[in-house]
Design a protein around this ligand. Structure first.
Ligand code: G3P
Ligand code: MG
Length: 251
């Protein structure tokens, strides 16, 4: 049901490095993590980049929207100095480069498809297509553990990802387990539900497991909370506090 690692570094290096950068990936590795969650969206030219916000200004110096710029322009922008002067020079990674670095270091990926508003379907198609091209040999072997997991809050993006690369596993992201999550997850052939741990209860965890899905929680920064929800049956979680929750669990 969940053949993947249990503990993932959120946005590459959690809160210990500028999120979604190569420096974040290095930080995760330094803390022993070989499993990572990160966010991907499209630049103006349709090239996917590793980025959380659909606009500049918080983590990337500049103004406007991500889709106002080509990937090459974003890849030259400062995505590090907001976090600390020593990270000046970190740039917005191209998804292809970031994923290649993960593969080179044996880092398992939970790729969150994070479409900018209005680009849901296109983002799902492009990200899934590129990922499938990269994982051709693994897709040919029938071993889910070898594949990255695509997740998204956007049902439309996940449907497009399925159409583009049906062999790649998908997870539905929901803030709360309410409404049509189960029907939607089944309609998308999702293998897992990713949800906010703050709203999880033992009963809800049991419901997800009994429905046959893997259960993953974001973003757990308290070691005691991590122990609690894993005891409830949570299969995986991502954390910002790599110093408190390590690759093998609470330190
Ligand atoms: O993928 C889990 C988590 O990252 C979802 O929320 O906003 O941190 O991307 P966010
Ligand atoms: Mg995310």
């Amino acid at each position: 049901m969940w053949p993947y690692p249990t503990y993932l570094a959120h946005r590459g290096g959690g809160k210990l490095a500028p999120e979604n950068t190569m420096a974040a990936l290095r930080c995760g590795l330094e803390h022993g993590f070989h499993a990572v969650e990160f966010d991907v969206m499209l630049a103006r030219d349709g090239v996917p980049v590793v980025m959380h916000d659909p606009y500049l200004g918080r983590t990337v110096a500049g103004t406007g929207n991500v889709f106002d710029y080509d990937a090459g322009e974003l890849a030259a922008m400062d995505a590090g100095s907001w976090f600390g002067e020593r990270y000046r020079g970190e740039t917005v990674p191209l998804f292809a480069d970031f994923a290649a670095a993960c593969r080179a270091h044996g880092i398992w990926m939970n790729i969150e498809i994070k479409p900018a508003p209005g680009f849901d379907s296109q983002t799902g198609t492009v990200v899934a297509g590129l990922t499938a091209a990269m994982f051709g040999p693994e897709l040919a072997r029938d071993d889910a553990a070898l594949l990255p997991l695509l997740s998204s809050f956007s049902r439309e993006a996940l449907a497009a990802a399925r159409a583009a690369a049906p062999g790649l596993p998908r997870a539905l992201l929901v803030d709360r387990l309410e409404g049509s999550w189960e029907t939607d997850a089944r309609a998308l052939d999702a293998v897992a539900i990713h949800t906010n741990h703050k709203f999880l209860t033992p009963a809800l965890a049991q419901q997800v497991k009994q429905a046959g899905f893997g259960l993953f929680c974001y973003t757990v920064n308290d070691p005691a909370r991590a122990r609690t929800i894993v005891a409830w049956g949570v299969d995986g979680l991502c954390t910002d506090r790599l110093d408190l929750i390590g690759p093998h669990g609470p330190r």
